[in-house]
Design a protein around this ligand. Structure first.
Ligand code: OMP
Length: 246
């Protein structure tokens, strides 16, 4: 069964205010596939509280904790996330934690009665080629490094990866069965902000992304677009228009 564009969108609720996040999720539920909560809100109020509140609203939860630590510590955190129950559909870990860390996460998750999809974050969409090679001293190109990390994630038993839409084609060719989740989504009318490797929603879907993570263009759209519901309508209309022009 093919998934609609609407269901492929996860809205990033980046706020420390859980009441505001839940109010927005209640308003947008049914209009999108689910909600991504991460470091900001989980640090402010705690992941269990956020997950429970979103589950009460009925939203599908993408828990973006970007785990990155020694294998024993990550395994413990993964068990704690699994214990939060089926509301958590996806969980992120940094691929750069290494294969021992990724394998420990998979083993820990598989030993639990239920588990979310485990997704490896490859190269953050806020990093460009200059930052990767200059600051981080990574020698391969962004795409080569992302594909290398995706292959490693696949070999360790992860279910998918997070990468920019620019790398989707190369990941798909190297790891056909991995789910690919793409942040760095920017409609033409939205500010790039701190994102660097960006693409429009229509182009990201055309590139083959399974899910799009979209934050500020929906949660804080420019005045010409209106409110979050209007932003979603506009995004979906643009996706529809692009697909009829193919
Ligand atoms: O793991 C992520 O979700 C993530 C990985 C990445 O490489 N880039 C990235 O932007 N994200 C997250 O995706 C969301 C993007 O938000 P906006 O830039 O507001 O659309 C944020 O919540 C980021 O934490």
């Amino acid at each position: 069964m093919s998934i609609s564009a609407r269901e492929r969108i996860f809205v990033a609720l980046d706020t420390p205010d859980v009441a505001m996040a839940i109010a927005l999720a209640s308003r947008l539920r049914g209009l999108v596939g689910g909600f991504k909560v991460g470091l900001e809100i989980c640090t402010a109020v705690g992941a269990p509280q956020v997950v429970r509140a979103l589950a009460d609203v009925g939203g599908s939860v993408f828990l973006d904790l970007k785990l990155h630590d020694i294998p024993n510590t990550v395994a413990g955190a993964v068990r704690a996330v699994c214990a939060l129950g089926p509301a958590v559909r996806m969980l992120t870990l940094h691929c750069t934690g290494g294969s021992a860390m990724l394998r420990a996460a998979v083993v820990a998750a598989q030993a639990m009665p239920q588990r979310p999809l485990l997704l490896g974050v490859t190269v953050l969409t806020s990093l460009d080629a200059a930052a990767l090679s200059g600051e981080l001293q990574v020698v391969p190109s962004v795409t080569e490094y992302v594909v290398h990390l995706a292959r490693m994630a696949q070999a360790c038993g992860l279910d998918g990866v997070v990468a920019s839409p620019h790398e989707v084609g190369a990941i798909r060719a190297a790891c056909p069965d991995m789910r690919i989740i793409t942040p760095g989504i920017r409609p033409r009318w939205a500010a790039e902000g701190d994102q660097r490797r960006v693409m429009t929603p229509a182009d990201a879907l055309r590139a083959g992304a399974d899910y799009l993570v979209i934050g500020r263009p929906i949660t804080n759209p420019p005045p010409i677009i209106g409110d979050p519901v209007a932003a979603i309508d506009r995004l979906l209309a643009e996706i529809e228009q692009a697909s009829t022009m193919q």
